[in-house]
Design a protein around this ligand. Sequence first.
Ligand code: ADP
Ligand code: ASP
Ligand code: MG
Length: 461
Amino acid sequence: MLKFGGTSVADAGAFERVATIVRMHGGPRPVVVVSALAGMTDALLASVTTAAQADVGRARQSVEGQLDRHREVARRLLAREEAASFDATVARARREIVELLERLPTEWEAQAALRDEVASHGERLAASLLAATLAAAGLPTRAVDARRCIVTDEAHGQATPLAPDTERRTRAELLPLLDGGLVPVLGGYIAAARRGRTTTLGRGGSDYTAALVGAALRAGEIQIWTDVSGVLTADPRVVPRARPIPRLSYAEAAELAYFGARVLHPKTIQPAMEQRIPVRICNSRAPEDRGTVVTAEPDVQPETVKAIAHKTGVTVLQITSTGMLGAYGFLRALFEVFDRYRTVVDVVTTSEVSVSLTLEDVRSLPQILGELRPLGDVSVEPERAIVCVVGEGLRTTPGIAARIFTTVRDINVSLISQGASRVNLTFVIAEDRVRDAVRRLHEAFFEREPAPVGAAVEPGG
Ligand code: ADP
Ligand code: ASP
Ligand code: MG
């Protein structure tokens, strides 16, 4: 099972590299999942926003350039007849997109459904184009509409797969192709609800598709081909010296993905872990690099900390009970509020009388606050960031927390939590300090001689 992200299919050169990688690394029965071409999903979603502002002409135009990029790849890599047939596919997609933009509903729910429908064209076109270019390179392929495989609930934009249906349909669609010697090529990210409406799995969701399909087929390995040589010790956009991590456990990778390492969609690890399938993260521009392999085995490194992830755009709520409810009733009443508004809580800490928690999705915040206020005093801190330090060694090595907080001692920490898996230590700081904090932690844990644990804790530090 191989998944190629948007930058791995950005232009004709990238498509050519994919063909070589599938041949060299795909094993005897490869299955390919592909994202939309880099920039395509952004453009499609932006076109819906522009159309909503009643400018369908401009919305159309912004998609036009993107469609041309697809045709350009086809012109460069396909024989004339195949390129013409792909042009017809593009023309059909254009017609459908324009029709959708022209009848954009104003009601929010209906608009969310239409956004998914528009966005789906990115992955659908990428799958057709990749199937055709692989075929031109001599690999017998078949483009598959992923909406026939991945079945979800109806939460547009952030749908949850229904596991048994997804597994059954994926096997029914793909196994006959594999048995017939064909390489199935399907778009990631897109899916369909039971009644057939198009849904999507959330931004970056193609990784998750790859894991779902890999798990359904009991693949030997799930390979995520991207633009970096594996999961790195920190986000390379913040820490240019971040380096690839050779091995991670499922628990470590899941925490990193969940707390901001964009290289993996947060839900990617779960289906792989359930079937104990290794996940490998590789660089499509440097296919011989070792990359990162994620398996069940914990691999405790001498330096104990494996990576630092971070996530901005977080809001902290602190609720102090007014004592009307016992602790049990209080917590239940509290979490029922978030449940009602389908709002995910990421980090939670509690004391006898208060609860602190973080949210990313603040769409329902006004209503949530309205319902929380009868339970206690509520304070809201926007513009926070989560920092998550990950490593299996955190379970067993004393003194790491001290080292972490010594390193960021002049930064105000508003919430600290250690996950039940105990492979992460997570805390919250102001958003404008997060780059500094991550750089300093990276320097302390990865760019110095490994100091004996505890050595960094000076008296009074
Ligand atoms: P793709 O299009 O292949 O899915 P993404 O852009 O979604 O690629 O993910 C890869 C990017 O994730 C990298 O280019 C990098 O900037 C970012 N990233 C953030 N944190 C990490 C990390 N810890 N390790 C590797 N990449 C990271
Ligand atoms: N194309 C989708 C996005 O840009 C899915 C993905 O890239 O994984 O979010
Ligand atoms: Mg991605």
